[in-house]
Structure formats: C-alpha cells, structure tokens
Design a protein around this ligand. Structure first.
Ligand SMILES: [Zn+2]
Length: 336
C-alpha cells in the first residue's frame, strides 16, 4: 500500500480510549476524530460535491492513469435516497475505493444499497471491491455484455494496464463483478430513486449503460462522453455509433445535468458539444482522406491543425491519431 494512502487511512481512524477504573464503576472515554482528506499530489484534493438534487459527484483528475493519481481518474457519483446510498462507478481500484468510501461517509452515513457500473473498463468499477468488502450483499448492476466481457478477460487486461501505470492494485483481486443485469430501456427503482438506462449497441464500447436518474433529471453518460481528455476506442466500439448516440441525446433529452465519464459535468450542449464536434471532424476528415486514397498517418498533422481549444486536453495528439485511424477503418469496412 502507498505510504500516503496508509497515512491518510490511519489518520482517518477513530481513536477511542477506554479506561475502566479499579472499582469498575466509572469509565473515562475520550474520542478524537481527525478529518481526512483525499489528496493526490499535484492533482489536489477530491471530495463529493452536490451537483443536483440528492446527487453528489466527485470529479476525478482529468488525466490518464499514473503513479501520482494512484489510478483515480473517473467521476464516482452518489445518489442519496431516504434510507441509503446508490453509487455509480465507485473508482479504479481497491485502495482508491477506500479513500472514496471515506468521502462518501462525509456526505452521508447511510448504508450503500446499490452500485451501478457504466462499462467494462477497470478505472470505473475495480473499486466495487471496496464497497463489497463493507456491504457483502450489495447489488451491483451492469449491462450483460459488460459482465460477460470482464469475466472473459477484460478485467485482466485492465488489471495489467492499471498495474503497469499506477502500481496501486494491491487488494483489487479477486474482482468484485457486477451481480445484476440491466438492459436497454430498463427501468429501475431503488428506495424511491428512479432510473432508466440506455444501451447503445456500439458507441464507446458494446458494454455501456447510460443512466438517467429521473428524480433529479441527471444523465450519466459514462465514457460515451469525455471532457478534458480522450480515451481509447477498442474493436467493440464505434466512432460513428458514438456520434449517432450523442446526436440522439442532444435531440431527445432535456436533463438538468450531463455527467461525462471523465471531465466536468454541466448543461447539455456545453458538455456534449466539444467531444461531439471532435468526433464529427474526425468523420469528415477521415472520409476525405479515404476518398483521396491516403492513410491516416499521412493526414494526421493537417487534421490536428483543425482543433483549437481541445488541443490542450490530456494526451490529445496521441489519442487523436489513433481515433482518426479507427475512423478510417470504420469507413473502409462500411464502404467495402
Ligand atoms: Zn473511463
């Protein structure tokens, strides 16, 4: 375990000293509670902040996994019901999960009664392990494709990625897989909190759930939406599927808050447009290059010049080149 993490866990403990007198008739009890902080070096301090009615979000560092962020980079959310708490994507490993759990308890001491996972990538769900340790019977929901994928190897792939980049995976195995399934358009009610989920066939991946918390009109998009950094698109994902999904959301939804998988939440268009416009430029430029019989590496420097503000996003150039290549592969498949 990391020293800093251990330290903050230690100072987070409640010290209770009990001294019984010789006659056993009196007891002196002293209690000292030291407030902890979830600190990650240069990235600062992280806590849950109220984002909507009964909705609290901890926006993680907007960077790729590394030693300093200890593998914490997603946006865990908590929804408070009358009798308990519902957690969406509790974080990227067991140790970070402990810090997040302490922060959850600062918002409310109510028990965690359900967990929802948006997709297969470990940076979002590996901290299920921490929740299950404290609440062994908690229901964890995900799409059936997610559960299948993680059990058939995706969990191990992500364990490898996060172990290499963060070295903070002690305690994360055995994995705490989701236990319950949610399919496209399925409704879920937990202690008065109502949800409806959406499953795109293939957008960020083929395992994703987008979760609408109906009571507060909050839409959790998982990694189908990014702000401030880009992620990877694998063979189960589709750039064109992602564009279609975001356009449909802009057209058909009118929530009060939109929560990306990485980056800050906000109103619909201001939160969705930067990433959607990015993908649409890739689609147009990819098509042009394809029509001109060019490879993506031949045009990537020119395409890069088309981006202004979002060029400053974390690891933009590297990801953009990969995404342009993926876009052109999809165009090729479509045209063949
Ligand atoms: Zn992610």
């Amino acid at each position: 375990m990391k020293n800093t993490l251990l330290l903050s866990l230690l100072i987070g403990s409640v010290t209770v000293t009990t001294t019984a007198s010789e006659t056993n008739t009196t007891k002196a009890v002293t209690s000292k509670v030291v407030e902890t902080e979830f600190k990650l070096g240069k990235y600062g301090t992280f806590k849950f902040e109220q984002a909507n009615k009964n909705v609290y979000i901890m926006h993680g560092p907007i960077v790729s996994p590394n030693k300093e962020n200890q593998g914490f980079m997603n946006n865990p959310a908590l929804i408070e019901s009358e009798h308990g708490l519902i957690i969406i994507d509790p974080g990227g490993n067991y140790n970070v999960g402990k810090q997040i759990l302490l922060e959850i308890e600062k918002v409310s001491k109510k028990p965690i009664i359900a967990v929802l996972n948006t997709h297969k990538h470990g940076d979002h769900w590996f901290a299920n392990k921490t929740i299950v340790e404290k609440y062994p019977k908690v229901d964890i929901y995900a799409h059936p494709n997610m559960i299948k994928a993680v059990k058939e190897g995706e969990a191990e792939v992500w364990y490898g990625i996060l172990n290499r980049t963060t070295g903070n995976l002690e305690g994360t195995k055995a994995f705490a897989f989701p236990t319950k399934t949610l399919k496209d358009a399925q409704k879920l009610e937990i202690d008065g909190q109502k949800f409806v989920v959406m499953h795109p066939k293939s957008a960020h991946s083929d395992t994703d759930l987008l979760i609408t918390h109906i009571n507060s009109k909050t839409l959790f998009l998982g990694d189908n939406l990014m702000k401030g950094r880009l992620g990877s698109f694998d063979e189960s994902s589709s750039i064109f599927g992602n564009i279609e999904l975001l356009e449909q959301i802009k057209k058909d939804t009118n929530c009060t808050l939109y929560v990306p998988g990485h980056g800050f939440s906000g109103k619909r268009d201001e939160t969705i447009d930067p990433f959607l416009n990015y993908l649409k430029i890739l689609a147009v430029e990819g098509q042009k290059a394809y029509d001109d019989d060019k490879e993506s590496y031949e045009v990537k420097d020119e395409v890069l010049k088309l981006f202004t503000d979002i060029k400053s996003w974390d690891a933009f150039e590297k990801n953009m080149a990969a995404h342009l290549n993926k876009t052109m592969m999809e165009i090729e498949e479509r045209e063949e």
